[in-house]
Write a protein that binds this ligand. Structure first.
Ligand code: 5GP
Ligand code: ZN
Length: 112
């Protein structure tokens, strides 16, 4: 199956790795909304969040929380937007579950 993020996880497509463990991989977004914009993906391919088993979704968000702390620290952010687009109608462009961590800085007005 051809999946962009599966190929990134495998290393067939290069990415800037932020974090990796047995179940998740995190990398910098190629088109960042802010400095340090990170995408976190489960290593198991699920097309969207609502089809993930609840335990795996919970584990993913525990990992996202840990990575958000790491990323905020790394870029000295004042906060971050953390979220995901679920299914194409909601703006999900890549059909492999992914969570965005977008670092935010006091007074950044939401821009890049
Ligand atoms: P979505 O719109 O599906 O929630 O987010 C997909 C994200 O993946 C976008 O922010 C986009 O910039 C990012 N992206 C798409 N293709 C690549 C790629 O080849 N490498 C990296 N690092 N990010 C990508
Ligand atoms: Zn995939």
């Amino acid at each position: 199956m051809e999946c962009l993020f599966c190929n990134i996880i495998k290393g067939d497509i290069p990415s800037y790795k932020v974090y990796e463990d047995e179940t998740a991989y995190a990398f910098l977004d190629i088109n960042p909304c802010s400095k340090g914009h990170t995408v976190v993906v489960p290593k198991t391919h699920y097309e969207n969040f609502t089809e993930m088993p609840a335990e795996e979704a919970a584990a993913l968000f525990a990992t996202v929380r840990m990575i958000a702390r790491l990323v905020e620290d790394a870029v000295s952010a004042d906060g971050s937007n953390i979220g995901l687009n679920n299914k194409p109608a909601a703006g999900q462009a890549v059909p492999h579950v992914h969570v965005h961590i977008i670092p935010r800085f006091e007074g950044d007005n939401g821009g890049s």
